[in-house]
Design a protein around this ligand. Structure first.
Ligand code: PLP
Length: 459
């Protein structure tokens, strides 16, 4: 790229003139200008000003093996030269999606052995929704098509993704959601647990909200429950341990399919290939994308359980669905090598045995005691910090999420990239972080919290 010939101001002006950013207040962006990241190496990203920023979000939950992996560039280059593209429609295939599918079947939970490709998590959830409804139709139960989801869920930004998701603001702009999707309470103990209620009991109560929704609709009308193992974009809401076993029991009891959205948790983030394995679940679909290629190429894989796959084969008939880039050979080749690197470097074991527990401890010991922190929590290498004005009462600062935004802005100024969601700060570091990187991150976050507290208590 020849961006070096442009000043920051020039790039920002062109950006403002021509580029509509995702999830952005465009008026705001015009006024402030974008932060432009130009290159990255290992755990760091660099902007046009030459600032080095520790990337606590792994890009956007995806760059699990870190930046600057020449190997992936080489694989993409070789695949592009040999075969840049061919489709997988009409009984055609190319080698790399085939070999990737075999690999995915090997690492997925035992009951999951088939893959449907797309280019994004949203597309994969679109596929999942259509596939699950198609499954019940093939089984002679077309009315069994209702999906139960949760408030605060994030399942992508297409119309199906937004409809499956439980983000109120997004639904507000939907002007007509996909019908027959219901949203129940999320397992968000920090705000929803009642006085005197244990985490265990709260987890059961939140799971039973799913059962109530199933019973209300009638189990004969409910196709599936969809959930992220721990909600990501909704603020790293980690359910109590009692939640998933109860959900599993409820789904089995009412013959409701289990759809896990592992777009964030897939490929090592929780210390297993998939959170399903950590939680002991055998889902009927697992949505994956992001870290499948560590973000080096856009690719999603909907992993499909044997129950659904067997019906597709037995009943036959075309499933009228697919994307031009389903099984894109370059993206699949990059994914295969990415998974190989994750294995070769033992990154999943590292999260499970070393950095995951250390991360939890560091958040707890170094951040949870801070004057404006109400709670820290984590799930593998996903973390959350709740920002409050009063620790004991968990009262929030006025101004909606402005306090968390203030923390975020100080954090970035301290060289720490992290996100604010409502009143929650979230982290999703690459799996290459070591104990030293976690220490460095905590140093920077503490400084950001200190500075934000001074600002916030002043106003
Ligand atoms: C990011 C995300 C998606 C959407 O993926 P895109 O690639 O942005 O379409 C879906 N589900 C979850 C849980 C996600 O985090």
């Amino acid at each position: 790229m020849t961006y070096q010939n442009f000043s920051l101001k020039q790039l920002q002006d062109i950006d403002a003139a021509h580029h509509l950013h995702p999830f952005t207040d465009h008026k705001d962006l015009r006024d402030a200008g974008a932060r432009i990241i130009t290159h990255a190496q290992g755990p760091f990203v660099y902007d046009t000003e030459g600032n080095e920023i520790l990337d606590g979000m792994a890009g956007l939950w995806c760059v699990n093996i870190g930046y600057g992996r020449d190997e992936l560039a080489d694989v993409a280059y070789a695949q592009m030269k040999e075969l840049p593209y061919y489709n997988s429609f009409f009984r055609c295939s190319t080698p790399s999606p085939v070999l990737l599918a075999q690999k995915l079947a090997e690492i997925a939970p035992k009951n999951v052995n088939q893959v449907f490709y797309g280019s994004s998590g949203s597309e994969a959830n679109d596929t999942a929704l259509r596939l699950v409804r198609h499954y019940w139709a093939l089984e002679g139960k077309p009315q069994k098509n209702r999906i139960i989801s949760r408030k605060w869920a994030y399942h992508g930004s297409t119309i199906a993704g937004t409809s499956l998701g439980g983000m109120e603001a997004m639904h507000g702009q939907l002007h007509g959601a996909v019908p027959n999707i219901a949203h129940v309470m999320p397992p968000y103990a920090f705000e929803l647990k009642e006085k005197g209620e244990s985490d265990h009991d709260f987890g059961l109560r939140a799971a039973r909200a799913v059962e109530d929704a199933i019973l209300e609709a009638g189990p004969e009308n409910v196709a599936a429950f969809i959930g992220e193992p721990a909600m990501g974009a909704g603020g790293v809401k980690v359910p109590p341990e009692s939640y998933w076993p109860e959900i599993d029991r409820i789904c089995k009891k009412h013959d409701v399919l289990l759809m896990l959205d592992e777009v964030i948790t897939g490929y090592g983030r929780t210390g297993e290939w998939f959170a399903a394995q950590r939680l002991g679940l055998e889902p009927d679909t697992i949505t994956t994308a992001k870290a499948l290629t560590s973000g080096y190429q856009p690719l999603s894989a909907l992993l499909v359980g044997d129950r659904i796959a067997a019906t597709l084969v037995e009943k036959g008939g075309e499933f009228y669905h697919g994307y031009t880039y389903s099984g894109h050979p370059v993206a699949c080749a990059v994914a295969l090598r990415n998974l190989e690197i994750i294995e070769r470097e033992g990154l999943i074991e590292r999260v499970r045995e070393d950095t995951g527990p250390y991360f939890a401890e560091a958040l707890e010991e170094r951040l949870a005691g801070h004057g404006i922190v109400g709670e820290t929590r984590s799930f593998g290498l996903m973390g959350a910090i709740e920002i409050v004005s009063h620790k004991d009462t968990r009262k929030r600062f006025d101004g909606g999420g402005a306090a968390a935004v203030a923390v975020r802005d100080h954090a970035i100024a301290e060289g720490m990239m992290m996100r604010a969601v409502g009143n929650t700060m979230i982290l999703s570091p690459p799996l290459i972080w070591t104990r030293e990187t976690i220490d460095m991150a905590c140093d920077r976050i503490v400084r950001a919290l200190d500075k934000a507290e001074i600002d916030l208590r002043k106003t």
